[in-house]
Design a protein around this ligand. Structure first.
Ligand code: BTN
Length: 249
């Protein structure tokens, strides 16, 4: 990962660029990085505000692992970023299911995974990572006001440390490579347990809207496939995707 790197001062979305480039098998492992995005994409079709000062990257992967493991990939990637931030900034972000990193409950980073399949095999996978490295929190919060499930913005610059963006990117790519190998070796238990240790979701009461109505209950654990298990008084729900809201302890 990261043997090839492409840098843009400004681009619509590194994710869109990476998806185009993923069609060429020679681009496996390539990293697309931009100083600024004009059409950054978030999960669930939301926009991702990407001014100068953030780290906006997409990584092209052609995983060998099984489709069943793909659902764990976002969680594993969030863990890799958390480990990288722990090593460089010496702080421990919290992990909010499925793949947000937060500081004091506010969003520091998010991940977006696009997978293309061919006859039930993963053809390629593009991981997009947005990190609020040194961004104007107030300004981003202003432009995101009213967005569903929005819960505030955090920036690493609030940590007042002299870490350079490139240091964090390099450390992250190394951690990602390690976790990617463990995934390929099906070492899923270790990944889930490390993720759970850092998670702010497990043990909380959470709420989410589904096509079948609202689910409200306690987040109990993350399953082998990355799904969140939520239990209310009479039922256990397995949540495969979606946006949860943390209610309370
Ligand atoms: C989320 O909604 O939490 C995911 C945000 C992902 C943002 C990153 S920034 C780099 C890459 N390019 C995009 O357009 N989106 C992802």
């Amino acid at each position: 990962i990261g043997q090839q790197a492409y840098y843009f001062d400004s681009i619509d979305s590194t994710q869109n660029q990476a998806l185009k480039m993923a069609e060429d098998p020679a681009n496996e492992g390539a990293v697309i990085i931009a100083a600024r995005q004009t059409g950054g994409r978030g999960r669930s079709g939301r926009k991702w505000v990407s001014p100068k000062g953030g780290i906006w990257i997409s990584i092209i992967l052609q995983p060998e692992f099984d489709i069943s493991i793909t659902t764990l990939f976002p969680i594993a990637s969030a863990l890799a970023l958390s480990l990288a931030i722990e090593k460089t900034f010496l702080i421990k972000p919290e992990l909010k299911w499925p793949n947000d990193l937060t500081i004091k409950g506010k969003k520091l980073a998010g991940m977006l995974v696009d997978v293309s399949l061919e006859s039930n095999k993963i053809e390629n996978l593009v991981l997009g990572v947005g990190i609020n490295f040194d961004v104007n929190v107030k300004q981003i919060e202003k432009s995101l006001k009213g967005t569903p499930n929005f819960y505030g913005v955090a920036s690493l610059s609030e940590q007042n440390q002299k870490v350079k963006p490139i240091q964090l990117v390099q450390t992250f790519l190394l951690e990602l490579e390690k976790i990617y190998k463990s995934l390929s070796a099906k070492q899923t238990k270790k990944i889930i347990s490390e993720w759970t240790q850092r998670s702010s979701t497990i043990g909380k009461n959470v709420e989410l809207n589904t096509v079948d109505g609202k689910i409200k209950g306690k987040a109990v654990k993350v399953d082998e496939d990355g799904a969140l298990i939520v239990s209310d008084n009479n039922k256990t729900h397995k949540i495969i995707a979606g946006d949860i809201v943390h209610l309370s302890k």
